[in-house]
Write a protein that binds this ligand. Structure first.
Ligand code: HEC
Ligand code: HEC
Ligand code: HEC
Ligand code: HEC
Length: 248
């Protein structure tokens, strides 16, 4: 094969894999909680703790009471949340436009809060890595200096969203076109992972954490779903994330 043919094939491959199909790179990100993960919060070495997906998903014996995320490997958070615009925990809140939130985060957001609420144990999983690791209701695997059997919760700081959601962008809220200058759900979006219109960003017609974030998208800033690698700029440059839905 001639060299320029090879070069063309290489260029085509780059186009295919580098541009059109942006790959989510969870490996080495802060959501890689294996012993060799990218953050400071992660499992101890040993105990088959080189697995990545296991801290969120399991191929068998998943928590089916919890439909927030597929094949979920964590127990359902038991805490009560104070919703955006709500006056107390466990009741619906309202926005300026008068749209009500649910009385509690719906399952897709609860999936994230099962680590980010600062109460639920990050290291609690139903099926521990390796064979025979199943414990109904979950078990705490060893994390950093935290021994097996002891809960490790999200430390204070920006990543601890907490159970008070009044100071966070509303979640578990129905997307009402026109409210808060929201664009029609048929509006095309570009550069977002797994979405071609605003409708694809919604879960059961609602805005949830996964509307703006993709927990697997390690190459994007703060796991934002507007993929930095695809668009070739910071995910929220010029507030592109916000302007995707809001016509401001
Ligand atoms: C930090 C938690 C977390 C880790 C680790 C994680 N996931 Fe996920 N995953 C989620 C959440 C949350 C959802 C649901 C997201 C949504 O609602 O869009 C999900 C959804 C999925 C889906 C279905 C949605 C889709 O993309 O089609 C697949 C498949 C998946 N994950 C595969 C994996 C694999 C494979 C790994 C390991 C390499 C992994 N995940 C690691 C949290 C995680
Ligand atoms: C299994 C536990 C777990 C789940 C489930 C989980 N996260 Fe995380 N997440 C973490 C940990 C641990 C960190 C690192 C926190 C730190 O170092 O302060 C993190 C960090 C983040 C960060 C900050 C990234 C950065 O670069 O600073 C974002 C954003 C985030 N998570 C969003 C989400 C969203 C959205 C979901 C649900 C779709 C989710 N997470 C589900 C454990 C989890
Ligand atoms: C409307 C879009 C949107 C929704 C919904 C949303 N986020 Fe975010 N989130 C963002 C943006 C944008 C950032 C980056 C902020 C920055 O870099 O200043 C962010 C940052 C974060 C961070 C990192 C904090 C930091 O400043 O480094 C965490 C953790 C996080 N989000 C978790 C969540 C969780 C959990 C949910 C659901 C309860 C959620 N987010 C819902 C847009 C959103
Ligand atoms: C996936 C679509 C979507 C994205 C992206 C999005 N929002 Fe929103 N936003 C909503 C929805 C839905 C509401 C609730 C509107 C209502 O009142 O019915 C809302 C409400 C708001 C409100 C009004 C809250 C109130 O009390 O009335 C503000 C302010 C806001 N968003 C700012 C932002 C900012 C800043 C960003 C970027 C970080 C952002 N939004 C990204 C969908 C989105």
């Amino acid at each position: 094969m001639r060299m320029n043919q090879l070069a063309k094939i290489a260029a085509a491959a780059l186009l295919t894999f580098g541009v059109t199909s942006a790959m989510a790179v969870i490996t080495g990100s802060k959501h890689d909680l294996s012993a060799t993960g990218g953050g400071t919060i992660k499992a101890n070495a040993g105990q088959n703790n080189d697995e990545i997906c296991v801290y969120c998903h399991t191929p068998h014996a998943s928590n089916t009471d919890f439909t927030g995320a597929p094949l979920w490997n964590k127990a359902t958070p038991s805490g009560t949340f104070t919703m955006y615009g709500a006056t107390s925990a466990g009741v619906a809140g309202t926005t300026i436009a008068g749209t009500a939130t649910d009385t509690a985060p719906s399952a897709p957001s609860l999936a994230c809060l099962s680590c980010h609420d600062g109460v639920s144990a990050i290291n609690s999983i139903v099926n521990a890595p390796g064979s025979g690791g199943y414990v109904a209701g979950g078990q705490n695997v060893a994390f950093g200096s935290t021994a097996a059997g002891t809960a490790f919760t999200m430390p204070a700081g920006v990543t601890q969203i907490g159970t008070d959601l009044t100071n966070d962008h509303p979640v578990s809220i129905t997307y009402v076109e026109g409210a808060a200058s929201l664009k029609p759900t048929t509006t095309a979006v570009t550069g977002w992972s797994g979405a071609s219109t605003i409708a694809d960003l919604l879960r059961n017609g609602k805005v949830e954490c996964a509307s703006c974030h993709d927990p697997h998208l390690g190459e994007s800033d703060t796991f934002l779903r507007r993929n930095a690698a695809t668009v070739g700029e910071a995910s929220n440059k010029g507030s592109a994330v916000c302007l995707t839905c809001h016509d401001k």
